[in-house]
Design a protein around this ligand. Structure first.
Ligand code: ATP
Length: 503
């Protein structure tokens, strides 16, 4: 697992997807830059989300609120008082960890044992293997599962009660050691606020303390009436937004899973009080469908319904994804009641109500929220797509099987050789295709090596121009995943590729 994760990180760098931020100065921890391919993949994921949420729902509109917000926003939202992580230090290594993450990683290790048992049994029973039945009845697996849920339940309860002493007790009882040094010498658990502070204004005396937003949602809540009135929106309706968020996370070595500067894609859906269960079910279903549409594998997703709920929420679930280090939260779906709008009403003194023409009365709407990390989605797509394939005869290839709709470059144009007019024809094809999608040109090395390079970069199509092309205006198109090649007319290239890469 660790090996696979390391490969993901080095491949992301080698192919221009992700670089350590300010690398020449040795970088900043948990902060990353997206390179020439990463920026495209990230943009494509964002657009894929935006199309599904905004374009395909005629009652959802998108906004782009500022990162800086009035400081009272964060009092109203509860972030000043309660946006904390429980931290624990190791006395020997002096390293700091999130106490809840230490426990969750411990649980992930037990889950990995379950996976192993399942894989072993699947091998033994072959076609007759019934995974569901095995997981429900195998005594070892059942014991592991019970252990996992008991630990998570206790963690949830002690965090909810703010019983930090019990979180420490749990860590000690489980014998959790510092992942780096193996030491079990822990300090008490303390709460730590995650917001980054900064100042607005030129002189020290007149400066106002501000925070960098730790989530994009509040920009939607404070604009709720602006959008509702100017867009003449009728409940139920949604407001969507993508943008940067900042959290002073204490965590190392999870690559872009947990960053200090990251991007969220959030949608708040405003509904009539009393209809929240129906919309909660709708959005759980709809969001899972969105994920499955990318074809990363049904088995890689699962819902985690929260037992422990924030005081304002009446239901919450995560969509978890199987990352190289186990199942972890990818997206949250929360039924938030009227908590946020009520808080902003109180703190601003402005009414944030909706006049319902059907009911002829005003009320504060309830909210259903879907919230996904763009970078986390990037990691899900990227890590799932990277594979080493055995081609027989001791040969292997590294291939990045990104969904074609998300791939940074859709096609590479490769002249078989560098003369006889083949580069010129290749350029001509490129100039025609680039109006519709990203294409790249490569004439260096033998064509086989160029195929391998494009495989590893994630390009779904290679178009090879040869001498026959000059005679009959056809080219070879090679499919990344199957490596199959077909002869097609140059005139058909555009529609053939668009069919696969258009959202
Ligand atoms: P976690 O428990 O993993 O810290 P969270 O429950 O605090 O996440 P939310 O506040 O619900 O996360 O944020 C919604 C989404 O934003 C998450 O599902 C995740 O995809 C993303 N996200 C949150 N924090 C980070 C981060 N530090 N880096 C990258 N993505 C993040």
């Amino acid at each position: 697992q660790d090996e696979q994760f390391k490969k993901v990180i080095s491949h992301a760098k080698e192919y221009g997807y992700i670089f350590q931020s300010s690398e020449i100065y040795d970088g900043l921890s948990a902060i990353y830059d997206y390179g020439q391919n990463g920026a495209e993949l990230k943009k494509n994921i964002r657009e894929y989300w935006w199309k599904a949420m905004v374009q395909m729902h005629d009652n959802i509109v998108g906004i782009d609120a500022a990162i800086f917000m009035h400081p009272t926003t964060w009092k109203a939202s509860g972030h000043v008082d309660a946006f904390n992580d429980p931290l624990i230090d190791n006395k020997d290594s002096k390293k700091r960890y999130r106490a809840d993450v230490l426990v969750e990683d411990y649980v992930a290790k037990i889950e990995a044992k379950i996976d192993k048992e399942v894989a072993k049994a699947a091998k033994r029973f072959g076609d007759a293997f019934d995974k569901e039945q095995f997981v429900a009845t195998n005594p070892r697996v059942v014991k592991y599962q019970e252990e996992c849920s008991a630990i998570l339940k206790r963690l949830g309860q002690s965090l909810e009660k703010e019983d930090l002493a019990d979180v420490k007790a749990l860590i000690e009882e489980l014998g959790i050691a510092d992942p780096d040094t193996g030491s079990k010498n822990w300090t008490d658990v303390k709460q730590f606020n995650l917001m980054f502070g900064t100042k607005l204004g030129a002189s020290a005396e007149s400066a106002t303390d501000l925070y960098l937003r730790p989530e994009t949602a509040q920009g939607i809540f404070v604009n709720f009436l602006n959008v509702q009135k100017t867009g003449r929106m009728k409940i139920p309706f949604g407001i969507a937004q993508t943008g940067k968020a900042f959290r002073n996370e204490i965590i190392a070595r999870q690559f872009i899973f947990r960053m200090r500067e990251f991007e969220q894609m959030e949608m708040q859906f405003f509904i009539k009080p009393g209809t929240q269960q129906e919309w909660y079910d709708y959005w759980k279903k709809t969001r899972l469908k969105w994920h499955l549409s990318l074809g990363l594998g049904t088995d890689n997703y699962r819902f985690h319904d929260h037992e422990k709920l924030a005081h304002y929420a009446d239901a919450a679930a995560d969509i978890e994804f199987k990352f190289p280090f186990g199942f972890k939260e990818l997206e949250g779906i929360h039924s938030r009641t009227d908590f946020d709008l009520n808080q902003h009403e109180q703190f601003s003194g402005k009414k944030l109500q909706y006049f319902d023409p059907e009911e002829s009365k005003s009320y504060v709407p309830y909210v259903l929220e879907t919230s996904i990390g763009l970078d986390r989605m990037f990691l899900a797509v990227f890590s799932n797509s990277l594979m080493e394939e055995d081609l027989g005869d001791g040969k292997t290839r590294t291939v990045l099987k990104l969904p074609a709709v998300l791939a940074p470059t859709k096609a590479a144009i490769l002249p078989l050789i560098k003369r006889d007019g083949l580069p010129e024809l290749s350029q001509k094809i490129m100039n025609e295709l680039k109006w519709d999608f990203n294409v790249t040109y490569d004439e260096k090395d033998a064509v086989g090596r160029r195929y391998r390079r494009q495989d590893a970069a994630g390009t779904p199509y290679c178009i090879t121009v040869d001498h026959q092309s000059l005679e009959d205006n056809t080219v070879t198109i090679r499919h990344r995943d199957s490596m199959e090649q077909e002869r097609v007319a140059i005139d058909d290239l555009r529609s053939l590729i668009l069919k696969e890469v258009d959202v």
